[in-house]
Design a protein around this ligand. Structure first.
Ligand code: CU
Length: 353
C-alpha cells in the first residue's frame, strides 16, 4: 500500500504528503482532487478491510445493505402499484380479508426480519470482541489526549517498554490487545480498516483486539468529539511482517540518536535550552517533559501533530514557529526562537530516527 494522495486545495506551501507533485494545486485541479479523495479514503475505510475483524464488519454491512435495499425496492414497488390500483374497490368482503392478511403477514415478516438482523449483528459483535490472544499477543496501551495519542508497548520486562505517539506499528498475523485510556475527556479509538470503534474513557480501561493479515498503513481517527481539534486527532497504524516489526521495536528501544554533526549538535542545544524540555522527552538527554509526545524517535514518524501534517522539515518549521496557527487550541505553546536557531533544531529533530 502506498501513501495515496492526501488532496488539499489549500494553497499552503510545503503541506504536501510524500509522492505529491511539487506544483501548488490550482482551482481547476480541485475537482480532480475530490475524486482522488476516494483513494485517500482507501487508507481509512471500513470497506477496505485489512484483517478478519474488519472483514466481518464489512460483510455485515454489505448484508444489511442488500437485504434492506431489496426490502426498500419492494416497498416502493408496492406503493407505486397501489397508485395504479386506486380505481378498484376494497369494499367487498374478499378484498377486505385479503388486505388484512397482507397487513398481518407484512407485520410478522417485519418483526422476523428485524429480530434476525439483531441476532446476526449481536453474533458478529461477539466474534469481533472475543479475545484473540493465543499467548502470542502484543499489548499496547493507547491513551487519548486533547489532541494526540500516547502509545506505550507494554512488556513484563520494563527495559523493553516502548513509548511513542500518534503511530502504532503492529506485526501482521499477530493479535494485538489495545488497552484504551484517556487523560482528559472521552475519545474513541477507531482504525476503520482493522476494527470497530472503542471509546477511551478517563479513569477506566477499555479493551479492543485488532489483527491484520495484510501489511500496509491504516489511518485511524478519533471517533468521539473531544473538543476543538478533534478532527486533527488521527493516527497511523503500520502493519508489517514480524521481522520488520521486531526491527522497529529494536530501534524504538534505543535512546535518541546523538547529534552527528555541528548543526545537529547546535540543534540539540537549542532544544535543551528552551521550554521544549518542559513538555517533551528525548531519551538519552535531559529532556523529560511529559505534557506532549515523546520525541525520542520523532524523525521516524509519518506525521506531525496527530496526522495534521506529513513529517518533513518544512512542515516541522511551520509547526514549531506557530503551532496555534496550524492546530488552533493545541496544548503546544509557541516558543520564541532566534531565527538562526530554527534550521539546527529542524536538523536535530529530523535526525531522531
Ligand atoms: Cu476526538
Amino acid at each position: 500500500m502506498t501513501w495515496g494522495r492526501m488532496p488539499s486545495c489549500a494553497p499552503v506551501a510545503n503541506r504536501r504528503w510524500p509522492g505529491e507533485s511539487g506544483t501548488r494545486p490550482k482551482l481547476a485541479t480541485c475537482a480532480t482532487m475530490l475524486f482522488s479523495l476516494a483513494s485517500a479514503f482507501g487508507q481509512q475505510s471500513s470497506l477496505a478491510p485489512g484483517g478478519t475483524h474488519a472483514s466481518q464488519i464489512k460483510s455485515l454491512g454489505v448484508f444489511f445493505f442488500w437485504l434492506l435495499g431489496i426490502i426498500f425496492l419492494i416497498v416502493i414497488a408496492i406503493a407505486v402499484a397501489s397508485i395504479f390500483q386506486r380505481g378498484q374497490s376494497t369494499q367487498d368482503e374478499a378484498a377486505q380479508r385479503r388486505l388484512k392478511t397482507a397487513i398481518a403477514g407484512a407485520s410478522v415478516l417485519t418483526i422476523l426480519i428485524l429480530f434476525g438482523l439483531v441476532v446476526v449483528s449481536v453474533g458478529v459483535g461477539k466474534e469481533i470482541s472475543a479475545p484473540g490472544g493465543r499467548g502470542n499477543e502484543l499489548v499496547v496501551e493507547v491513551t487519548g489526549n486533547q489532541w494526540w495519542w500516547f502509545v506505550r508497548y507494554l512488556n513484563d520486562d520494563p527495559t523493553r517498554i516502548v513509548v511513542t505517539a500518534n503511530e502504532l506499528h503492529i506485526p501482521v498475523g499477530r493479535p494485538v490487545l489495545i488497552r484504551g485510556l484517556s487523560n482528559d475527556v472521552i475519545h474513541s479509538f477507531w482504525v476503520p480498516g482493522l476494527q470497530g470503534k472503542r471509546d477511551l474513557i478517563p479513569s477506566r480501561v477499555t479493551t479492543q483486539w485488532i489483527e491484520t493479515n495484510e501489511p500496509g498503513r491504516y489511518r485511524g481517527q478519533c471517533a468521539e468529539f473531544c473538543g476543538l481539534q478533534h478532527a486533527h486527532m488521527a493516527l497511523w497504524t503500520v502493519a508489517e511482517p514480524e521481522s520488520q516489526f521486531q526491527q522497529w521495536i529494536g530501534t524504538q528501544l534505543r535512546p535518541g540518536a546523538a547529534p552527528s554533526d555541528d548543526l545537529q549538535q547546535r540543534g540539540q542545544e537549542v532544544f535543551l535550552s528552551h521550554a521544549c524540555v518542559l513538555c517533551h522527552s528525548i531519551q538519552g538527554t535531559t529532556a523529560n517533559g511529559q505534557v506532549g509526545p515523546d520525541l525520542t524517535h520523532f524523525g521516524s514518524r509519518l506525521s506531525i501533530a496527530a496526522g495534521t501534517l506529513p513529517n518533513n522539515k518544512g512542515n516541522l518549521a511551520g509547526w514549531i514557529a506557530d503551532p496555534q496557527n496550524i492546530k488552533p487550541g493545541t496544548r503546544m505553546a509557541t516558543v520564541p526562537l532566534d531565527p538562526t536557531d530554527m534550521q539546527p533544531l529542524l536538523e536535530y529533530l529530523e535526525s531522531l530516527q
